[in-house]
Design a protein around this ligand. Structure first.
Ligand code: ARG
Length: 281
């Protein structure tokens, strides 16, 4: 007999399952803040490169401890932002589109990463024709790609990605210069779950996100402003900054396991964990 109490049983916390990932990182031996192309960057503030390298090494080792494969692209002199490997391109289903950077300061990173892709088995490889900073603005979410626009790339880049990968691209306009790449304001947790910070998006983009992801985790301003959303999920573990405790608690409530990794030195360049990580999907 069913006892009707009138109270709804609490939603069971879903069991989250990690899957091994393939990540590409770029070593920060030439990391610096030599120019300002986003509001986080202040070239007057000194950078401790040894500290950046130590923090980045912890990220690399943490991924490996959790069973993920990491490949490392060597950094190049004169390319102080190259550590932000997410911007090198987008790689899905054996096809790779290498980046075309919006700012001339980062321009040579495109060919540098392209050479690395070509030398490392990415045979179905092309260079983006439009400005396109790879996974900075393109987030693979199951069978669709979420795409930011407004600062570093525009609709033409979204159309090009849709054609190249034959996956539907959902265009989302970014409106706050502090959140200049999609990956600063939105994190994919698994094929159907995201976390994001709504004020970084236009009203229309917010409507789209609410429609597609009614159960999304909504991050607080405080957590967004430490780039808490610039994390990486393997479906269960979420590698994120230790400075976003609210978001870590929200993730825990939803069955994810937050794994703190501190990249505070790299934050001086306006990037965090996700910015430093390209996933080969
Ligand atoms: N200084 C870099 C830039 O402004 C940071 C890039 C961070 N990368 C990212 N995926 N959000 O281009």
């Amino acid at each position: 007999m069913t006892v009707v109490t009138g109270l709804r049983a609490p939603e069971p916390t879903p069991l989250r399952v990690a899957t091994p990932r393939r990540f590409v990182l770029c070593s920060p031996e030439y990391f610096d803040v030599a120019y300002a192309i986003n509001p986080w960057m202040n070239p007057g503030e000194p950078v401790d490169r040894a500290r950046a390298l130590a923090q980045w090494t912890v990220l690399r080792e943490t991924y490996e401890e959790f069973g993920h494969r990491v490949q490392v692209v060597p950094g190049e002199p004169g390319l102080p932002d190259m550590v932000f490997a997410a911007n090198s391109g987008l790689s899905v289903g054996g096809r790779t589109l290498s980046a075309r950077f919006a700012h001339p300061e980062r321009g040579p990173e495109g060919p540098a990463f392209h050479r690395w892709f070509a030398a490392n088995g990415h045979s179905r490889l092309a260079v983006a024709g439009e400005h396109n900073e790879g996974e900075g603005d393109f987030a693979v979410a199951g069978q669709r790609i979420l795409a930011g626009m407004g600062f570093r790339c525009h609709l033409g880049a979204h159309a090009e990605v849709q054609e190249f990968f034959a996956l539907p691209v959902v265009s989302l306009e970014l409106v706050d210069p502090r959140f200049y790449h999609l990956d600063t304001a939105l994190m994919v947790l698994d094929d159907t779950t995201i976390a994001y910070y709504p004020p970084a998006f236009s009203a229309a983009a917010r409507d789209v996100l609410e429609t597609l992801y009614p159960d999304a985790i909504v991050a607080s301003e405080a957590d967004a402003l430490v780039l808490g959303l610039n994390g990486v999920s393997d479906g269960r573990h979420v590698f994120l900054t230790p400075h976003a405790p609210g978001l870590a608690a929200q993730l825990g409530d939803r069955g994810f396991v937050p794994i703190p990794v501190d990249l505070s030195e790299l934050l001086k360049g306006g990037g965090g964990i996700k910015c430093c990580t390209l996933e080969l999907h």
